[in-house]
Design a protein around this ligand. Structure first.
Ligand code: ATP
Length: 242
């Protein structure tokens, strides 16, 4: 029995930007219930903006986004979290002067059903990341980069999400720590959560993901299984330097 119930995320013909600057032109991405999907692309392609639109931080100017059957295209971040989205943002955004445990508990604060199960979910997060149990009373700002990334993932899980979107978890981490964090994402997926991962480490993310999308200049230009994209000459040349 899995601990979390994965839902479907459907992004269709998404357009979005910042003020007058349009960044996303036509992004369609589907993450099936319990599926692990990656989104790859060059710097500035619009990956982070896509995740921000999903979590309601950036307002779409066109297209639609559905989460577990709910239209969230115009919903607020609070509404989207309460419908089951967990966002692990680029740069982690932890509260450095709060303890690991306090940071984790914040993740449950916005959803009544998560608050009701807070103690139980906390135990579960500690079982997924034993290192965080050991460091529960330590200030988050004094953790290593990899440990901080575990807190960021754990905090999102505390909201008992059905879909987890994860932005550049390997940023600034050593190869060894990157492997650890990716191992943790694999475990989260095995728990039943649907995952949409944005990642510069294309080789690793395509190995982990069941399917992936390639984003270029705000448009999806390719999609396929992780395996097929790893073997694709265009992907290998552009993103794997092979
Ligand atoms: P990276 O891998 O470098 O993070 P990305 O694919 O995630 O790239 P985005 O961060 O979505 O790309 O950025 C897409 C474009 O939007 C870039 O040209 C960027 O300069 C611009 N952009 C991002 N955030 C803002 C902002 N807050 N205001 C104005 N422009 C922005």
């Amino acid at each position: 029995m899995t601990a979390f119930q994965g839902q479907e995320l459907i992004i269709e013909n998404l357009a979005a930007g910042y003020g007058k600057i349009q960044v996303l032109w036509d992004v369609s991405v589907r993450v099936g219930p319990g599926e692990f999907v990656a989104m790859i692309g060059a710097n500035g392609a619009g990956k982070t903006t896509t995740l921000r639109a999903v979590s309601g931080v950036v307002r779409p100017t066109g297209g639609s986004i559905r989460l577990g059957g709910h239209d969230i295209t115009r919903a607020t971040p609070t509404q989207i979290v309460s419908l089951g989205l967990g966002h692990v943002p680029e740069g982690r955004e932890l509260f450095g002067l709060m303890t690991v445990r306090e940071n984790l508990e914040l993740g449950a604060a916005m959803r009544p059903e998560a608050r009701a199960k807070q103690a139980q979910t906390l135990d579960h997060v500690y079982s997924l990341f034993p290192r965080l149990a050991e460091r529960a009373g330590q200030l988050a700002g004094t953790l290593s980069g990899g440990e901080q990334q575990m807190v960021a993932v754990g905090r999102a899980l505390m909201g008992r999400p059905s879909v987890l979107v994860v932005d550049e978890p390997s940023l600034g981490l050593s190869p060894l720590m990157t492997q650890t964090v990716f191992g943790a994402l694999k475990a989260v997926h095995a728990e039943g959560v649907s995952v949409l991962l944005v990642e510069q480490n294309v080789g690793l993310s395509l190995k982990l993901a069941q399917r992936a999308y390639v984003l270029e200049n705000g448009e999806v230009v390719k999609e396929g299984t992780g395996e097929a994209l790893l073997a694709d000459p265009g992907v290998r040349e552009a993103y794997l330097a092979l």
